[in-house]
Write a protein that binds this ligand. Structure first.
Ligand SMILES: [Zn+2]
Length: 213
């Protein structure tokens, strides 16, 4: 589990609770269950930023959390079939509608910026006719790189759910840690480790097959 520098102001307790929430999401708990678990830990601790953040999630969202990581994994598999690095992303509206899905297309489009997250954000913005995705969630199978993390911040994505950690090129929990930077004006809620094993296996399989070629 990564330590997020931007959670430091919340103190160690805040970090532990974020870990708890992430783990509970990983096993399919809904936000009501997570809230219950956090409340138990925080009964005598008064106003707590992390808890407040979880409480702010809309009631409908709290009662019916649905992971869209499966759809992101399908996009990642399609990307692999096209010979692209298998990463997939899904943008979900505040009411839970899938606004866009995308997989990597850097090779196909001859475009180094055509990462799954960028393509999904672009498609969602285009269909809405707006430059921001306030209140929207982004699911992505791999930890976003610094470019995509910056795009996620600029798009004002509310919640980022990602699968596997990316020690080589990730920009969220390691490397530049874009969301922890003082120049980062919007930080989404971050939940990592969702379907991480499936995402890792896809990537491992893809690069192993490449080496054998
Ligand atoms: Zn990226």
């Amino acid at each position: 589990m990564a330590v997020y520098p931007h959670l430091k102001p919340f103190g160690a307790q805040g970090f532990r609770n974020t870990v708890t929430a992430t783990k509970l999401l990983g096993i399919g708990a809904n936000h009501a269950e997570i809230l219950g678990a956090l409340k138990k830990n925080l009964l005598n601790q008064g106003d707590h930023p992390t808890l407040a953040k979880v409480i702010q999630i809309s009631p409908s969202k709290r009662m019916s959390f649905k992971s869209h990581m499966d759809a992101a994994l399908i996009e990642a598999k399609s990307a692999a079939a096209r010979g692209e690095v298998p990463v997939g992303a899904v943008v979900v509206s505040p009411s839970g509608d899938v606004m866009a899905t995308a997989g990597n297309r850097t090779r196909e489009l001859n475009d180094p910026t055509a990462h799954a997250e960028i393509l999904a954000i672009r498609a969602a913005c285009a269909s809405l006719g707006q430059e921001r995705l306030i209140g929207h969630d982004l699911y992505v199978t791999l930890e976003p790189c610094p470019m995509c993390a910056a795009a996620i911040s600029n798009a004002r994505i509310a919640r980022l759910y990602y699968g596997a950690a990316d020690p080589k090129s990730g920009g969220v929990a390691q490397g530049p840690r874009v969301f922890a930077h003082t120049q980062c004006h919007h930080v989404p809620e971050i939940y990592d480790g969702l379907s991480a094993t499936a995402s890792e296996e896809l990537l491992r399989g893809f690069f192993a097959a490449k080496r054998d070629r």
